[in-house]
Design a protein around this ligand. Structure first.
Ligand SMILES: Cc1cc2nc3c(=O)[nH]c(=O)nc-3n(C[C@H](O)[C@H](O)[C@H](O)COP(=O)(O)OP(=O)(O)OC[C@H]3O[C@@H](n4cnc5c(N)ncnc54)[C@H](O)[C@@H]3O)c2cc1C
Length: 457
């Protein structure tokens, strides 16, 4: 093999525990490359874009400024780079989403057979598609999948390589400035998000194992506490590999229920990626056809009220405002706001999933769109259709003192304790301009149930 090995980074923006990089570094100098694909950037809100640019900035420094960043169609960009440096091979982690697989096929065809195309590893502990049941079919339900996934097992972390970076490219290309640079409040937000770097991901994991995981099982549902790891951004950009997390967990001497619960959540991520691999159409369509005759409403101003956190339901509004302001939303709040869109506003889930994906810093097509389908009743392990989250009781239960709502809904900051969840019961509940509920939850719940029952017949 002649010429440098090109390492095409995608959802794996790290140097440690990176099997494709190890493979590339074995016999050649390595040209690290990231392609900014406008088709992906156009759907990303400012926080997501910030996280990506920040991760690239850290990766460039970690590669001693060798990382080449180019904007354009990967078919063209990579074809030009391969010719420019006379690359002998291209290395990459296997991509398993429908868009990623299609793109990779096109790039490979464009590069031709003379260049060695080497896929090693994936963004998952077990590459989607590998776990099949006794009849050779994919799993449809989480619990048996998780059992088979754990039985299958995974390799230990791959360690890091001695890499000789290729410096044949004169201009490595600029990393665009983050949309969160400049204004004070944006800088504050960037600081709150924290670095999207390999070092930060590892530190977050270590801190979580030191202190957070001890109460994970008990606190993970509380929207007002920091009860979860917040590792999802790092998993999304690959600044940490799930295998690194699972390995650290296996060495952790904590309470079994907490560790078990946390590893189950990692398994959900693997499960949804597997489901998407086998059902590419479920990215934007119903996985299960049982509700195909379900009548949905057309999006109108109520969708806008939901997106902007003006529904008049405090827990829903707090979560929706937190999402847009910070690119983050607690898992419980994701379930409640999704249920509100599907079952109180009677909208088809993709209307909400698209908004989440634009803003979530961990926005991931498999976890997001199947999380939505779980709520909507069209996915795997679907939440029973008759389960309609009550946005008021959910708020009282998972934000018992109202801290979360007061933080994100300043018009309700004057209401003490759990009173914040029911402003209609307080004399001064609407004194600061908070909107009244846009729907009657009881009525819409009944409407949702009758539509679901009719659609299932
Ligand atoms: C409607 C909806 C949309 C969602 N969209 C996304 C998304 O775009 N990206 C995303 O990573 N997760 C998504 N989730 C799952 C979950 O809400 C987040 O993974 C979690 O809130 C991230 O916080 P954390 O890292 O602190 O999680 P932790 O509780 O610390 O869990 C650790 C890791 O396990 C994985 N995980 C946890 N819960 C789930 C789950 N239900 N499904 C799949 N993986 C899970 C994540 O990778 C997470 O980082 C969604 C859930 C719902 C209900």
């Amino acid at each position: 093999m002649t010429g440098p090995a090109l390492l095409w980074f995608r959802r794996d923006l790290r140097l440690d525990d990176h099997p494709a990089l190890l493979q590339a570094a074995e016999s050649a100098t390595v040209l690290p490359v990231f392609v900014l694909d406008p088709r992906l950037l156009e759907h990303a809100g400012p926080v997501r874009t910030h996280c990506l640019f920040d991760a690239l900035d850290h990766l460039r420094r970690a590669t001693d400024n060798a990382l080449v960043v180019r904007t354009g169609d990967p078919v063209q960009v990579l074809g030009e780079l391969v010719a420019e440096v006379g690359a002998g091979s291209i290395h990459l982690s296997t991509e398993t989403t429908p868009f990623g697989r299609r793109r990779d096929r096109q790039v490979r065809a464009g590069l031709g057979d003379d260049l060695a195309w080497v896929e090693t590893g994936s963004p998952y502990a077990v590459t989607p598609g590998r776990i099949l049941n006794g009849s050779g079919a994919p799993y449809q339900v989480f619990t048996p999948f998780r059992r088979a996934w754990a039985d299958h097992g995974w390799r230990g972390p791959a360690g890091s390589a001695e890499v000789r970076w290729c410096r044949q490219v004169d201009d490595p290309g600029p990393i665009p400035t983050s949309p969160l640079r400049g204004e004070d409040q944006d800088e504050e937000l960037a600081a709150r998000i924290g670095p999207c770097s390999e070092e930060a991901g590892r530190k977050l994991l270590a801190d979580f194992l030191d202190s957070g995981i001890g109460n994970y099982d008990q606190n993970r549902d509380r929207a007002d506490l920091r009860g979860t790891s917040e590792l999802s951004m790092h998993l999304k950009y690959g600044t940490i590999h799930p295998r690194t997390i699972l390995h650290a967990l296996s060495e952790h001497r904590g309470d079994a229920p907490d560790v078990d619960r946390f590893s189950a959540e990692i398994a959900w991520r693997e499960f949804y990626a597997d489901v998407l691999f086998h059902n590419p159409r479920s990215a934007w369509g119903d996985l299960k056809p049982a509700l195909s005759t379900m009548p949905y409403d057309e999006p109108d101003e109520r969708l806008l009220a939901w997106q902007e956190g003006r529904t008049g339901f405090p827990f829903v509004d707090a979560a929706m405002r937190q999402l847009v302001a910070t690119g983050w939303m607690h898992n419980r709040a994701r379930m409640v706001t999704a249920s509100f869109l599907c079952k109180d506003l009677h909208l088809w889930w993709p209307h909400g999933a698209r908004h989440f994906l634009r803003h979530l810093r961990d926005g991931d097509i498999a976890s997001n769109n199947h999380g939505w389908q779980w709520v909507a009743g069209t996915g795997t392990d679907a939440s029973p259709y008759f389960r309609v989250f009550n946005p008021i009781t959910q708020g009282k239960k998972f934000d018992p003192d109202g801290t979360y709502v007061r933080r994100w809904v300043p018009e309700l900051a004057h209401l003490r304790g759990a009173r914040v969840h029911e402003p209609w019961k307080a004399e001064d509940g609407y004194a600061r301009g908070y909107p009244e509920p846009i729907i009657d939850h009881g009525e819409e719940r009944a409407e949702a149930l009758s539509r679901y029952e009719a659609a299932r017949r």
